[in-house]
Design a protein around this ligand. Structure first.
Ligand code: 5GP
Length: 176
């Protein structure tokens, strides 16, 4: 599906940069004096992570984890599997999950339960680049959101289709 696909821009590079700066300002204000650990969910959030952490003016610690999500198909896998656990201690700390997109909400509702019940974090919040609210089946929403999008399969700025397109500077939908 990654050969000869037609992409249409949904969100441009400048709009992303402006929104990321704004989110960084809000997060900086909200987390002043707290023990902030960002936990980025690989791989889709890496580009967003790199930009957002540089806009957080605090001594932030960065951690990473990997969970199962979409494969090469454009449909949800249903439930999550932790493939790489968070690589820093998080008990008693203020965890901010950095995610690329909230779709059904399965991934983040599972992560919320995992961090609150099994990891014993002090606080758990979500910063997501994108949100597709029309697809939600779980009661969870990002605390910090870049952009809300309609129900299209999107790529770019970290998001992939068949492991490609993550390096696009903008966010596009696949039109055919
Ligand atoms: P959820 O568990 O909320 O259904 O799915 C979250 C994960 O599905 C995201 O982290 C992302 O990896 C993947 N996903 C959902 N929608 C899209 C999309 O439009 N494009 C891409 N590339 N991944 C998506």
């Amino acid at each position: 599906m990654t050969e000869n696909v037609v992409l249409e821009e949904m969100i441009g590079e400048l709009a992303i940069a402006e929104r990321v700066k704004e989110l960084g300002r809000i997060i900086t204000a909200d987390y002043a004096g707290k023990d902030l650990v960002t936990v980025s969910v690989l791989k889709g959030s890496v580009i967003f992570t790199a930009d957002i952490v540089r806009n957080i003016d605090l001594p932030v610690e960065m951690a990473f984890m990997a969970v199962s999500s979409y494969g090469d198909a454009t449909s949800s896998s249903g439930r999550i599997n932790i493939r790489m656990d968070v690589d820093r201690p998080v008990a008693g700390r203020d965890v901010l999950i950095i995610e690329d997109i909230v779709d059904t909400g399965v991934t983040l509702s599972s992560l919320r339960e995992y961090f609150l019940k099994e990891k014993g974090v002090r606080s758990f919040k979500i910063c997501s680049l994108l949100d597709k609210p029309s697809r939600r089946i779980k009661n969870i929403n990002p605390d910090y959101l870049g952009f809300s999008v309609e129900d299209h399969f999107v790529v770019g700025y970290g998001l992939d289709a068949g492991n490609k397109y993550r390096n696009l500077k903008n966010i596009c939908k696949i039109v055919s």
